[in-house]
Unconditional design. Structure first.
Length: 332
């Protein structure tokens, strides 16, 4: 049954599916934005939903099951924040009910399922957006503007270094279970950085060679990648999931200038001179952008199809790390 939606002027009636740590982050952003009100909280552990209810949405109804929620609570949109293996069924159910969805990454747990959701959206179905955080940030949107402008010349190479104390946080959680989080750090936190490669460059991956180390965990913790994009552009990536602190570094080498992102700052390097970039694109976040999209004032910054190159690249990395072979994306 397709639900009847309200007009934006009446306020966006929103559900949060999955009320853990990430669900709380989305709830806080929705509360700060003010254009939507949380009318439903869904989690198989009711205590998690009740906790968000007390903090952000006193009048919201609490459900333990998505089917029950969609059948009994009129909704205009939903945010899916559950573990990866639940994304596909929950997103498909909501979308089939005519409810626009903002889904946490990754969109689904197999390529086949991602393709199904992409095709659902392409057939003119309901809105589906992926919560790739960096697509909404001012710094990365500004880097993309610079890349897409063409004024710095063709891209010659790209290197990405990511370090995070991730392994120290996953013991006893689904993130340390290869059945629910195959790929470990690179599949989970690393997916945002992989998405940035394709968001910034617009180039598809062509081949990958990788090495990975579990470092005593059940999933990949440290992964190094040597790859090539379209136009024979070399790409190097390093994912260190057991560091002592946070570090994120992008070096985008173009013909006439280099663009650099380093720990929250961006700059242009020309003739050995570093010039900070200060004319930023607007800052937003997945939830505010989702509200913009629902109200018709913005494009979809992370449509369902954005999940496909991230999935394909990640699977190529994991296959290469397991086999010791160069993986060509056309072979997947």
């Amino acid at each position: 049954m397709v639900q009847e939606r309200t007009t934006p002027a009446a306020g966006i009636r929103l559900a949060i599916v999955g009320c853990g740590q990430i669900g709380r982050l989305h709830a806080a952003r929705i509360a700060d934005d003010g254009r939507a009100r949380i009318v439903a909280l869904c989690d198989p552990l009711p205590a998690h939903a009740v906790r968000l209810q007390a903090e952000f949405a006193h009048d919201a109804r609490v459900f333990a099951d998505v089917h029950e929620m969609t059948a009994n609570c009129p909704l205009d949109a939903a945010i899916v924040c559950t573990p990866t293996h639940q994304h596909f069924e929950q997103t498909r159910l909501l979308a089939d009910s005519g409810i626009p969805v903002l889904c946490e990454k990754p969109l689904a747990d197999s390529r086949e399922r991602i393709v199904q959701l992409v095709e659902m959206q392409r057939r003119g179905g309901t809105v589906l957006s992926v919560s790739y955080q960096r697509r909404y940030g001012a710094l990365f949107r500004t880097l993309r503007r610079e890349m897409q402008s063409g004024r710095h010349g063709p891209l010659r190479s790209l290197t990405v270094q990511v370090s995070e104390p991730w392994q120290q946080t996953i013991a006893g959680t689904w993130r340390d279970d290869p059945n629910f989080n195959p790929g470990g750090f690179i599949s989970d936190a690393g997916s945002h950085k992989i998405d940035m490669v394709f968001y910034l460059t617009g180039l598809a991956p062509r081949e990958v060679f990788a090495h990975s180390d579990f470092c005593g965990s059940r999933v990949d913790i440290v992964t190094t990648v040597s790859a090539r994009l379209e136009n024979d552009v070399p790409l190097g990536m390093s994912f260190v999931g057991n560091s002592q602190g946070l570090c994120e570094d992008y070096h985008i080498h173009c013909e006439r200038a280099d663009l650099i992102y380093r720990d929250g700052k961006i700059a242009i390097v020309r003739n050995r001179e570093v010039e900070p970039i200060t004319d930023f694109e607007p800052e937003t976040n997945p939830d505010a952008a989702f509200a913009d999209l629902l109200m018709g004032s913005s494009e979809n910054l992370a449509p369902a199809e954005a999940a496909l190159p991230v999935w394909d690249f990640t699977q190529a990395v994991l296959q290469s790390a397991r086999t010791g072979q160069v993986i060509r994306l056309t072979d997947l």
